[in-house]
Ligand binder design. Structure first.
Ligand SMILES: Cc1cc2nc3c(=O)[nH]c(=O)nc-3n(C[C@H](O)[C@H](O)[C@H](O)COP(=O)(O)O)c2cc1C
Length: 196
């Protein structure tokens, strides 16, 4: 009797161990799935973005590598009615998204080598991680450089050492939004890669 009980327990344990782990759960996207799914969204619904999603996007940025691990980035989350109106007056590329991340770097902290500082590079890695996390969460984004950094800094009364690198509108894509033709146009690796 004892042996039968033991056999049943072992069989149950094996069944649990062999069961598919994600059954019933949302399948997570692989990195390449995410990279393929992301595209520049330039039309947004006004559905608010949940705070938990904003937190997660910011956390993805926080984990980014930066030169000498200095972490010179500073992210402003524009989401008040006033801030969103202001950024849309300053650039036509905020696309009336419900949230706009204004990603800056601290000019007093950045690592400088051969006359170039790492601020834009650091912020770009932070922004790329944020962008892909937003994609993972079902949100659209667009990387935007079409604004005057000095005007934006003045309008949002940024400290003199916070230099805007780019803005990133973020929100749920408006219904039916499709990628622009540019999204499907990528050079072949043979044009952009050289093995030596
Ligand atoms: C550095 C950088 C600056 C960009 N600036 C703008 C911009 O100011 N306005 C805009 O609508 N899109 C901007 N984009 C988005 C690109 O136009 C877009 O990513 C590119 O055409 C490829 O399309 P996809 O993102 O849909 O794949 C920018 C992208 C990058 C990486």
């Amino acid at each position: 009797m004892k042996a039968i009980k033991l056999f049943c327990m072992m069989a149950a344990a094996m069944l649990v161990a062999c069961a598919p782990k994600n059954e019933g759960a949302v399948q997570e996207k692989s990195f390449m799935d995410l990279a393929r799914a992301r595209f520049a969204v330039r039309e947004y619904s006004q559905q608010p973005v949940e705070q938990a999603k904003i937190d997660s996007i910011l956390e993805a940025g926080r984990l980014a590598p930066t030169a000498k691990n200095i972490q010179p980035q500073h992210v402003y989350v524009l989401q008040s009615e006033e801030a969103i109106a202001k950024i849309n007056e300053l650039t036509r590329c905020a696309y009336h998204a419900p949230v706009v991340f204004l990603v800056c770097y601290d000019t007093t902290l950045v690592w400088t080598k051969d006359g170039e500082n790492s601020g834009n590079m650091d912020c770009s890695i932070v922004g790329t991680q944020m962008m892909l996390e937003a994609t993972e969460l079902g949100l659209g984004t667009c990387w935007v450089k079409w604004f005057d950094a000095a005007e934006v800094a003045a309008a949002f009364e940024l400290p003199a050492n916070h230099k805007p690198a780019f803005i990133m509108p973020c929100g749920y894509a408006a219904e039916g939004v499709q990628p622009h033709a540019n999204h499907f146009s990528r050079k072949p690796l043979s044009e952009t890669v050289t093995y030596k």
